[in-house]
Write a protein that binds this ligand. Structure first.
Ligand code: 5BU
Length: 264
């Protein structure tokens, strides 16, 4: 199916190239799944991506939690992700002032050189988005920033007023791909979509076929409900990588997410 037919008004209203890139990959793979690849060794990570690569549209990393990280092994890993046509999303949750965020895109991990998407808090003000975009620009690449408008964890401090402010400032910024919305509460997600309108994407962690409380304050909502409420991408970690059979779990999340998009 053509992305414009699957995505409708979201496709027509998107302005950032990275948004259309994501929607194209998702339509090709019939999957709105971003795998949260929270594994601690390079071998485990690569094995996981080899298993589920065909059923996911994006790969979310935490580059700083890998025990045996090296420049070479990461380079190979990114090549594997690219072979599977996956967007690479570093969930770095940048929060500093613009110029430091720009500098943090380089350093040991050199996030600007391989990430397509990064997350940021807007707590320091909108210049952080310029800083991150400058980071990609410094190496001749393009990317998109996802701003944390909500979080999935219990007791987080991103209250309604804060969310509204993030949406207001983020919507006006061309470098913003979209917002992180809370997948564990479809009602909150629907309200977020109402505020965001059609132009920006909403990506959603806190999603699992087994809804309820997770480890250490994580909360889970249903993947179908998240998309139906207006999310454009479900971020799934343990639901896939802790499953007995990650491949068939990924397939099932993909099926549900695609069905929800078409029914939406
Ligand atoms: P899980 O295993 O599906 O619970 O993993 C969720 C992932 O999403 C994990 O990598 C978190 O860092 C990430 N996450 C989240 O859970 N909640 C949030 O609000 C944000 C990110 Br932002």
């Amino acid at each position: 199916m053509q992305p414009k037919d699957a995505w409708g008004s979201r496709w027509r209203n998107a302005t950032l190239p990275m948004a259309k890139h994501y929607m194209t990959v998702a339509a090709e793979k019939q999957s709105l799944v971003c795998l949260a690849a929270d594994r601690n060794t390079m071998a485990d990570l690569s094995e996981l991506v080899q298993q589920v690569g065909p059923f996911i549209a994006a790969l979310k990393t935490h580059v700083d939690l890998i025990d045996d990280w090296s420049v070479e092994s990461w380079h190979d890993f990114c090549a594997l992700a690219n072979k599977h046509n996956l967007l690479i999303f570093e969930d770095r949750k940048f929060a500093d002032i613009g110029k430091i965020s720009r500098a943090q895109m380089s350093g040991v991990y050199n996030i600007r050189a391989w990430s397509d998407i990064v997350t940021a808090h807007l707590i320091s003000g909108p210049d952080i988005v310029d800083g991150l975009q400058a980071g990609w620009n410094d190496v001749g690449r393009q990317g998109g920033v996802l701003l944390l408008a909500q979080m999935s964890s219990r007791g987080n401090l991103l209250g309604e007023d804060y969310t509204a402010k993030v949406v207001e400032l983020g919507s006006a910024h061309a470098g913003v791909l979209g917002f992180i919305g809370n997948g564990s509460r479809p009602v909150e997600l629907a309200e977020l979509r109402r505020q965001v309108g059609e132009q920006k994407l909403i990506w959603t962690p806190g999603v699992n076929i087994s809804v309820g409380d997770g480890e250490m304050g994580q909360r889970y909502g249903d993947p179908y409900d998240a998309i139906a409420a207006g999310s454009d991408c479900i971020i799934v970690g343990s639901g896939i990588h802790r499953a007995n059979d990650p491949r068939s779990a990924a397939q099932e999340y993909a099926r549900l997410s695609w069905k929800a998009l078409l029914e939406r």
